[in-house]
Design a protein around this ligand. Sequence first.
Ligand SMILES: [Zn+2]
Length: 396
Amino acid sequence: MSNRFHTASDEEILQGKVTDVYFQRTLQVLKQKGIRRRVVMEVAAKSLPRNYPWGVLAGVEEIVHLLEGVPVTVRGLPEGSVFYPGEPVLEVEGYYDDFAVYETSILGFLCQATGIATAAARIRLAAGEKLVFSFGARRMHPAIAPMIERACYIGGCDGVAAVKSAELLGTSPVGTIPHALILVVGDTVKAFRLFDEVVEKDAPRIPLIDTFNDEKFEALRVAEAFGERLFGIRLDTPSSRRGNIRAIIEEVRWELMLRGYSSVKIVLSGGLDEKSVKELVDVVDAFGVGTYLSNSPVVDFSMDIVEIEGRPLAKKGKKSGRKEVLRCPQCLSGKVILANSSPDSSCTCGGVMKKIVIPFIKNGKIVDSVPSPDKIRAYVLQQITKLQIDEEEVKE
Ligand SMILES: [Zn+2]
């Protein structure tokens, strides 16, 4: 444990120190009594948070790094796969005592990142062609900000705000200016003039227009001061001062257009969620989404034994046996089948379902290099465009 921050180090996680103690005690028993069994364990979620009908799998890369060198074989859905409740997303095969100590970490990696990637994918669909940025790093422990924003990005966000997160993703961080700069300088236009002078030219010019005065008049002041150089303006008005934010945005846009500033984009942040993004998507050009993404509910994955020494065996309430997941590339319907069975793979849509489980680790060795975040993101976008979001299906 670090003395300064309340987090476990990479080494401690790799040593299996972040384990529930009952796994340690189980190992004590198995080792002392000389019980060693080869098992297959699978990870699946019975249901998804907020009644989501589908999820976007994330956290796989960290599990591959966790289990590299451990004498196990790991297979599963590729990172970024759309999955449904009940589908096994990951399978670990090996001697139980070789990997029991990692169950807590395996689930932790998957549950949180998948929850965030799923929410990001839904925000992506709600925002259509408009831009979405992850602004929620500040709501979570800083040690996990890069993980959170990676999940936001691969789920479909166009950019992330925290510098370290962007570094991990190989992208440029995205930001505007904080209220603090305007307050410290004392005036919106004056503060932005200094920003424009000092900050590198490729950072988009997006002043905040709600610090001191009315949004409309501040928007016109900055538009008149910066003209063509303005990429956009940001509204981050607190809800207590908002009134009807849609009407405010429409009015600001009207006044800007009237004066020839129709290319100025409107960036909105502050307490946004899937519902508000959907409601405002026709009047906003870019959304900065914070807490709703970084504090997404986790997916309750569990990890269960489904086979022991080659024989199907699972606890009550769980289907035994090693499985394969089939997916229709046309409509994304899914089917779970027993491994090595040859079922009907035709889909009701007319498509042909394909096996989508891939190997990650064979006997401790990584099978293939992990795809880049951009590749995973492209895979997510390609899938989710085939999915519809039904207004009624989600319990907020
Ligand atoms: Zn189909």
